[in-house]
Design a protein around this ligand. Structure first.
Ligand SMILES: C[S@@+](CC[C@H](N)C(=O)[O-])C[C@H]1O[C@@H](n2cnc3c(N)ncnc32)[C@H](O)[C@@H]1O
Length: 483
């Protein structure tokens, strides 16, 4: 299902509502108009919604109804700024213009647009057939482009791959799975589902931006600082390979991935970059952004960029997509390693290719020492979990603080600890609704550096390099994954 953003100015809000209805009756499934300004997040929210939509329709007119006799006027600031962001993000855009509005340079060359008096119902009636034709043509063009994007890089044999479409197998799988868990007596909602909701991209973006959730920022600081050294270590380990496949496991917002790619680009490597994520919105937006930035360099402009919508639980299937003539480096960034059963995860990676490397960041147990457990118990994180679970079960969800009591319960239910690494510490949130029983959701594991190192060695991994900053609790580790 394609998503569209309809831009307008409040001076012609009624027209925007009419056009929205018209679009819906022409078969547009999802048309968003921004009519509930949400305090301080407004610009970020608009930017993110624009980035995650498939097409933009802009009603471009003046900030107020023009006085009689005025023939020419400037457009309102708001649809103009938003249209500018949309064009910067390379979104297809369809323009509908109020008669006499001067177009800014970036819109002037825009191919087709229909024009009428936004405040004159008779003029609207006269032009309605043009508007309908333009909207139908635009919808067809956007959908064609989406089809091309969604069929790229997918493996039909892989049961975990899907399409960038809410009618997809994957979409139904996720919704079905979470609904089943929330309705059943099953006590645990796996962490991955926090990222798999249609709203996860926006809500996770807000979480990352919040001041109290400092973990994500720490990782970015470390990557910006050390990626040159990491690239050097990797080059040594791969005997100065010129060709490399880089697979991002969970691209999220793609910031750290981008720092690392820039390091590879500086060394002139030939890269195939494959982004994998359970949620198409992360791929669509972040991969596009990473690619647009990287393509500004002549070297990275030659690289190949692919994606796969999929679940790490089927990661070994990726083997079919990887060229056999080069090493593969998996990036598990943003604490992703600590959201998995580590032993199972490593085993799957080892089966995906002949020469496998893993670059991950993780947090130490000390990061849980602060009052909000290093951001994990922050209001922002609790709200993130609450909104997502609520989104799935359509009911108010109370999220309680974590406590040892719940973890003990959870271990009792699971019969095994959540992490296979000795001395690790796992935290989990507890959600409860009126009609569903208590659920454990969103666990995060932090490590003792030495215990993690010996665990990795036991799992036949060779530690090539670790990086840490004494002021931070985040570490980066590069290792070769053994078979
Ligand atoms: C914690 S974020 C990390 C994002 C980014 N790599 C970073 O460093 O900021 C985890 C990402 O992995 C994806 N993800 C989580 N579990 C997954 C799974 N089982 N399969 C595929 N993707 C998953 C999420 O959708 C999200 O984009």
């Amino acid at each position: 299902m394609a998503k569209y953003f309809l831009l307008y100015s409040s001076s012609y809000y009624d027209l925007a509502v009419t056009i929205k209805h018209l679009m819906m009756s022409l078969g547009y499934d999802d048309v968003y108009i921004f009519d509930e300004p949400t305090q301080e997040q407004t610009t970020t929210h608009i930017k993110r919604t624009l980035e995650s939509c498939d097409g933009v329709v802009a009603l471009y007119g003046p900030p107020a109804k023009p006085a009689d006799g005025v023939r020419e006027m400037d457009g309102a600031e708001y649809p103009r700024n938003e249209a500018h962001i949309a064009i910067g993000a390379r979104k297809p855009l369809s323009l509908i213009v109020h008669r006499g509005t001067r177009l800014p340079d970036f819109l002037r060359d825009h191919a087709t647009w229909v024009c009428f008096d936004f405040w004159d119902p008779v003029d609207f009636q006269k032009k309605v057939d043009h508007i309908v034709r333009q909207l139908l043509g635009f919808k067809a063009a956007v959908e064609k482009q989406r089809c091309r994007a969604s069929s790229y890089g997918l493996l039909p044999e892989n049961p975990f791959s899907g399409y960038l479409d809410q009618n997809s197998v994957l979409f139904h799988k996720v919704n079905g799975a979470v609904n089943k868990i929330t309705r059943s007596d099953h006590p645990v909602i796996p962490t991955k589902y926090l990222f798999a909701h249609a709203d996860s991209y926006r809500l996770y973006g807000n979480l990352i931006d919040s001041k109290t959730y400092t973990m994500a920022k720490e990782g970015e600081v470390l990557f910006a600082k050390y990626c040159t050294n990491l690239v050097e270590e990797l080059r040594k380990a791969t005997r100065n390979t010129q060709k490399l496949t880089v697979v991002s496991l969970g691209i999220g917002m793609g910031k750290k991935e981008q720092f690392f790619l820039e390091g590879l680009c500086e060394q002139g490597l030939d890269v195939l970059f494959l982004a994998i994520d359970i949620n198409p919105a992360f791929i669509q937006s972040s991969l596009q952004e990473v690619r647009a930035k990287m393509c500004q360099s002549q070297v990275a402009n030659q690289w190949e960029y692919q994606f796969m919508i999929g679940d790490f639980d089927g990661i070994e299937h990726v083997r079919q997509l990887l060229p056999p003539d080069r090493p593969v480096l998996f990036l598990a960034l943003g604490g992703t390693f600590g959201n998995q059963d580590e032993a199972v995860f490593l085993n799957r990676l080892s089966r995906s290719s002949e020469e496998v490397y893993l670059l991950m960041d993780f947090q130490t147990k000390e990061s849980f020492d602060g009052p909000d457990k290093g951001g994990y118990e922050s209001r922002a994180n609790r709200e993130f979990i609450q909104k997502i679970v609520q989104g799935f079960c359509n009911e108010v969800v109370e999220i309680e603080n974590i406590s040892g009591r719940y973890l003990e319960d959870l271990h009792e239910i699971h019969k095994t600890p959540l992490s296979s690494v000795p001395n690790a510490k796992t935290l989990v949130m507890v959600g409860e609704t009126n009609s569903h029983r208590k659920k454990y959701v969103g666990y995060s594991t932090r490590y003792d550096h030495d215990s993690l190192t010996s665990f990795l060695r036991n799992e036949r991994c060779e530690i090539l390099h670790t990086m840490q900053d004494h002021a931070l609790h985040t570490h980066i580790m590069l290792c070769r994954v053994g078979h």
